[in-house]
Design a protein around this ligand. Structure first.
Ligand code: WTA
Length: 649
């Protein structure tokens, strides 16, 4: 948690939308927002029916919602294709020759794909998938850098009804292997490599390593040549993207898919076990991705919209690809790091392409603050009209800097709360309607009914902290955890009766504004990326020297949370100087570099209660350098606290 309830209870600043912005916006006042929200809650069929009718359906639904807790079906009986809505729908309109994707590679190459061109690439690649025996319902794993072909791959899967699972390019071969096994992927799409801070990440090699051991059902690997690095090509299994494209034509009708057809599986960390495959389906997901892009970013045909998220995360799915393209917007994609070759890369891009809507994460904003205003001042950012934030609570200081230094004091900020599981934005301000308060995600989006409840599930009063829950199903909600309905029900629908439990703590102020505090389960949010403490723990114990490990978060000025690992070595092992770094590297290899602990501490044992439970509260206090307070009487061996605290170097 990067901020406590106390720290933002004192936040009193309010920023009203400017008249100029409101006048041109879709939702122009708080009253209009409230009216529409009331309608969306009281008459969801009418409200969502109207929104969904803006999309192109191959067959109209017979019923908007079928709800048998915890299972929802939206637009029952309807048939729709996501890629048709993102592409075909804009052809034969003025958008046909408009930029769909503007791309810049880290080394500096530039590409623009119009809707017509993107359509053609997607149709051809969909035929490549078919040629390689991918059928409706098959799972396809995508492990690619931020290049237009990543979007092409996703849209091509959607076109033929294959379910994609994108794995973030920063994840290791072990992570790829686990995901392939869990979703039983038939085909993998990757590149030779991708650029990151000037060096090449060997993506294809990671795929090779993932496929080397164990039984798996992957029959083909399609490799796009991006970085030109040398790769191994396995005869009979691996094929080159560009060669395959030569065999096919550009004609591929969009498959008519049931509204509940699985569109994608995206793995995310939970409080227990391995990452879970969050399952999203077609009609409801697309509609909410579309409606939120339209209302929250208030997208216009003139906009150049840039969401900096990687397609490996849900934000990249909903707000780089599906939402903006369904709106017919221009979506900018950048491949690399914000500080390559220098700290002003983002501002350079905004200036060069006249970006007007910019959506990024608080952890990035805090890094920009640290790098200094001089990098921003070198560039003309006057094209910006709207700013967005996502991924973790934004501290008021970062909010103010974003507002003043990036937004020149004139751009509204939409702080959007949502999750991999929710599929699309859930709590947010609408830029022309809702006054903002630095640090608050403000009010629920249409059709979303959140509340704050206590331990017993009772709603609490203003400014009392509690669990954030959602009381009604929403169109883009996850439908299940892939292959594990029981876990789906237990994780999300059992904690608070009749409600979806988000795993976050929050409070609501007297104006009804939500202030999200952060995760209250064993999930960390490191630089906007979710990480389960148990995942890091099992990575640590897979090292031959480690007997036991416990992982907790500690506040981190830049990343929101940092990772602290408490480690007990196997008997006979001694703490050698290099071991700390070795364990960090080991975790990096097993999960990915983002999971490397910031701090590793050794002890003879972990603090446990007499019944054997690890005392995490105590470890969190030690990790954040606080004095150990509260009840330690159940602790088995008090000397351990002294050891763990002393180990602080
Ligand atoms: C956190 C990212 C505060 C939260 C879209 C949530 C936020 C987790 C915000 C989901 C926000 C996301 N304010 N906290 N605006 N947005 N979070 O699944 O803890 O990667 O549960 O989805 O990020 O992370 P995920």
């Amino acid at each position: 948690m990067s901020q406590s309830i106390e720290s933002h209870l004192n936040e009193k600043r309010v920023f009203k939308p400017t008249k100029q912005f409101s006048k041109a916006a879709r939702i122009q006042s708080l009253e209009q927002y409230r009216q529409m929200w009331e309608e969306s809650i009281k008459r969801p069929d009418k409200f969502w029916g109207r929104e969904a009718a803006e999309l192109q359906w191959q067959k109209k639904w017979t019923k908007v919602l079928d709800w048998k807790e915890p299972y929802a079906q939206w637009f029952v009986g309807g048939q729709i294709n996501v890629s048709e809505n993102c592409l075909d729908r804009h052809l034969n309109t003025v958008r046909q020759n408009k930029a769909a994707i503007i791309w810049e590679g880290e080394p500096g190459e530039k590409r623009v794909l119009t809707y017509q061109q993107l359509f053609r690439e997607v149709c051809r690649f969909a035929n490549v998938l078919k040629r390689n025996k991918v059928k409706k319902g098959d799972r396809v794993l995508i492990y690619m850098p931020m290049i237009p072909e990543a979007a092409v791959a996703m849209l091509a899967c959607a076109r033929i009804g294959a379910t994609h699972s994108v794995v973030f390019g920063g994840f290791s071969s072990d992570s790829i292997r686990d995901r392939i096994a869990d979703c039983k992927a038939k085909l993998v799409i990757t590149t030779d490599g991708g650029y990151r801070r000037g060096s090449i990440v060997p993506l294809k090699k990671n795929v090779d390593d993932a496929l080397r051991e164990g039984a798996h059902g992957v029959q083909k690997v399609i490799v796009y040549r991006r970085a030109g690095n040398e790769v191994h090509i396995e005869e009979g299994r691996d094929v080159w993207w560009h060669r395959e494209m030569d065999y096919v034509d550009g004609h591929c009708p969009a498959e008519a898919l049931d509204s509940e057809h699985p569109l994608f599986i995206l793995y995310t960390s939970g409080s227990t076990g391995k990452p879970k495959g969050i399952l999203h389906t077609t009609g409801g997901y697309l509609m909410q991705a579309y409606a939120t892009s339209k209302y929250v970013f208030d997208l216009r045909d003139e906009d150049v919209y840039w969401c900096t998220a990687d397609i490996g995360w849900v934000t990249g799915h909903s707000y780089v690809v599906y939402g903006p393209l369904a709106c017919g917007a221009t979506s900018l994609m950048y491949e690399g790091a914000p500080n390559w070759p220098e700290n002003d890369r983002f501002w350079r891009i905004i200036e060069e392409y006249s970006v007007s809507v910019f959506y990024t994460a608080p952890t990035a904003i805090r890094a920009f603050i640290r790098w200094g205003d001089q990098w921003v001042k070198k560039h003309d950012l006057s094209s910006l009209r709207l700013l967005g934030s996502v991924g973790e609570p934004i501290n008021p200081e970062a909010w103010m800097w974003y507002h003043q230094v990036i937004g020149g004091g004139r751009c509204p900020i939409v702080d959007t709360w949502w999750q991999t599981e929710t599929g699309a934005i859930m709590i947010t301000s609408l830029p022309g309607a809702v006054p903002t308060k630095p640090g608050s995600a403000t009010l629920p989006f249409f059709g979303v009914d959140p509340a704050i409840v206590d331990e017993k599930g009772q709603e609490v009063g203003p400014n009392v902290g509690g669990k954030l829950v959602i009381r009604k199903p929403w169109p883009s909600m996850l439908r299940s955890i892939y292959g594990d309905k029981a876990r789906y029900k237990k994780t999300y629908w059992s904690e608070v009766k009749g409600c979806y439990f988000a795993g976050d703590g929050a409070r609501r102020d007297k104006d009804g504004y939500f202030w999200i505090v952060g995760r209250i389960d064993d999930v960390l949010n490191v630089a906007g990326h979710r990480l389960g403490t148990s995942e890091v723990e099992s990575a640590l114990v897979s090292h031959p020297a480690v007997a036991e490990a416990a992982v907790v978060g500690r506040p981190d000025e830049l990343k929101g949370q940092g990772v602290v690992a408490f480690v007990v070595l196997k008997s006979g092992m001694i703490v050698e100087p290099h071991l700390r770094e070795e364990l960090r590297q080991h975790v990096g290899q097993v999960i990915g570099p983002i999971a490397k602990p910031d701090d590793v501490r050794f002890a003879d044992a972990l603090p446990k209660t007499r019944s054997g439970k690890i005392m995490r509260r105590l470890l969190k206090e030690i990790a954040s350098g606080k004095a150990v307070t509260g009840d330690t009487t159940t602790l088995e061996d008090l000397s351990i606290i002294a050891q763990l605290t002393a180990n602080n170097d």
